[in-house]
Design a protein around this ligand. Structure first.
Ligand code: TYD
Length: 217
């Protein structure tokens, strides 16, 4: 792990509670970026679909039981691979590409912060670079859970009481992340996917890598 707290350029992350639409917005942004003059970017997500990510997903789906502290380690281990692997996030940004990602460090500070207190996720994530920009999709958990009601099964964190804590915890975690140099923009995610995306694009298109790319209007 890298000890330095650096800003990772051209790296954009979506964060939010469950059902806030991070995956939808990631996909809409990916479709928009494909229309650029130079559409070179990586669209990715955490937990990843790598070996460690698969263990995490089985626990999220309640197929296996893993202690909250162990999960905190697994999320951080999955992230370490995601960042530093040969074809990982840093390899892409170092080639001058943009990387867009569904969830990152803030998710661990929030979800594992609730589950195992702040110290462990803070310690495990203190070495990971900060994205150039983070977009926080803010939504009332009641609306978010209503959106998820047709899903065949719910994951371990997908219930009202926990999601209320998640929303509150994001606010304090974002304040602390900003104090470390992070740029975090909050977007009202209760609107339609297109309305939310219009707000997301008005923010994201200001990133230097996109300002300098043609056809980005
Ligand atoms: P996500 O993939 O966004 O959910 P879905 O499978 O419904 O698309 O995220 C999976 C869950 O993992 C979500 O509840 C948030 C949680 N999570 C953590 O608890 N810590 C983390 O570090 C990350 C990346 C995700």
């Amino acid at each position: 792990m890298n000890d330095k707290r650096v800003i990772i350029p051209n790296f954009l992350v979506f964060e939010g509670g469950d059902g806030s639409g991070t995956t939808t917005q990631l996909n809409m942004l990916g479709d928009r970026l494909k229309k650029l003059e130079k559409p070179i970017f990586l669209s990715t997500f955490e937990p990843t679909d790598g070996q460690i990510g698969k263990i995490i997903r089985s626990a999220l789906k309640k197929e296996s039981e893993i202690k909250p502290e162990t999960l905190a380690f697994l999320f951080a281990a999955d992230r370490n691979e995601h960042l530093y692997a040969q074809n990982g996030i840093l390899a892409h940004v170092n080639k001058g590409e943009m990387v867009i990602c569904d969830r990152y460090v803030l998710s661990s500070l929030v979800y594992q912060g609730i589950e195992c207190a702040d110290e462990l996720p803070q310690l495990l994530n203190s070495g990971f670079g900060i994205p150039e920009m983070t977009v926080f999709l803010d939504i009332d958990p009641e609306i978010a859970l209503e959106r998820m009601k047709d899903r065949a099964s719910l994951e371990i964190y997908e219930y009202r009481e926990f999601q209320e804590k998640v929303r509150e915890k994001y606010k304090t975690a974002i304040r602390e992340y900003r104090a470390q140099g992070a740029r975090v923009e909050t977007v009202d995610a209760s609107k339609s996917a297109q309305e939310v995306f219009d707000m997301v694009w008005s923010i994201v298109s200001q990133m230097p890598i996109l300002k300098h790319n043609e056809n980005n209007s």
